[in-house]
Design a protein around this ligand. Structure first.
Ligand SMILES: C[S@@+](CC[C@H](N)C(=O)[O-])C[C@H]1O[C@@H](n2cnc3c(N)ncnc32)[C@H](O)[C@@H]1O
Length: 215
């Protein structure tokens, strides 16, 4: 039997944002690889391989190896796999192991970015969409922050550090920022205030920043 990999977006976290395609695909796969939080969303799942931040690459390699040896493998990614997700990492590992791209299918999910835009009634095709997740260099945001559009960003590390960076680089302390935290979870929190206030507030890592356009 020829193996197959499905890279599946699981949405922002709540079960109701899973696609039917994702549910059916996981049900039919021999193995499912993902964070414990992601795997827990699925009721009908066969063999599971859970990863955490530290062993993520090892477990993805294990998943690809299983596909190489003929199994169907679902790899779960929060939100959408193609937006700060595991897509590129899985493609790289698959290439290293000579597993053909033709046997990899990407199943999109609802990105946390999309849900943040929806919660704020933003038509995001005209927004600056940026991700700084896992990046140290956040200077790119300065190139767009004053271009008259709304900026929706996955912050690098802490929200307040990102806010302080903007203040330090001349963005007005009165700029409105909406922080969307733990979207879709029962304790979802959406806070709208000035950049100055955001720079002194604490949030978890699971946040999207929506920064208003320059007037
Ligand atoms: C590794 S990235 C994954 C992004 C994902 N691929 C997506 O499309 O949403 C993780 C970051 O996404 C954001 N994120 C993921 N789920 C979230 C949620 N439910 N609420 C707010 N932000 C979320 C946070 O910025 C978090 O640090």
């Amino acid at each position: 039997m020829s193996g197959k990999i499905f890279i599946i977006g699981i949405g922002p976290g709540a079960e109701e944002y899973l696609t039917l395609k994702a549910v059916n695909c996981v049900k039919n796969c021999d193995y499912t690889v993902g964070s414990a939080r992601a795997i827990d969303l699925f009721r009908d799942v066969k063999n599971t391989i859970a990863f955490n931040v530290k062993d993520l690459v090892d477990k993805l390699e294990e998943g690809v190896e299983l596909a190489v040896s003929g199994n169907s493998v679902a790899i779960l990614s929060t939100g959408d796999p193609g937006f700060s997700g595991v897509l590129n990492t899985v493609l790289r590992i698959s290439k290293e192991k000579n597993f053909s791209k033709d046997k990899i299918e990407v199943i999109p999910g609802i990105s946390s970015l999309q849900l943040a835009a929806a919660r704020n009634h933003i038509q995001w095709d005209n927004a600056n969409v940026m991700t700084f997740h896992g990046r140290e260099n956040i200077e790119d945001i300065l190139e767009v922050i004053d271009n008259g559009k709304i900026t929706i960003a996955l912050p690098s590390r802490k929200v307040k550090d990102m806010a302080q960076f903007l203040l330090d680089n001349g963005v007005s302390e009165n700029r409105q920022v909406t922080v969307c935290e733990r979207l879709s979870y029962p304790d979802e929190k959406i806070v709208s205030t000035s950049l100055k206030n955001i720079a002194t507030s604490e949030f978890t890592y699971m946040c999207i920043m929506v920064i208003s356009s320059k007037d």
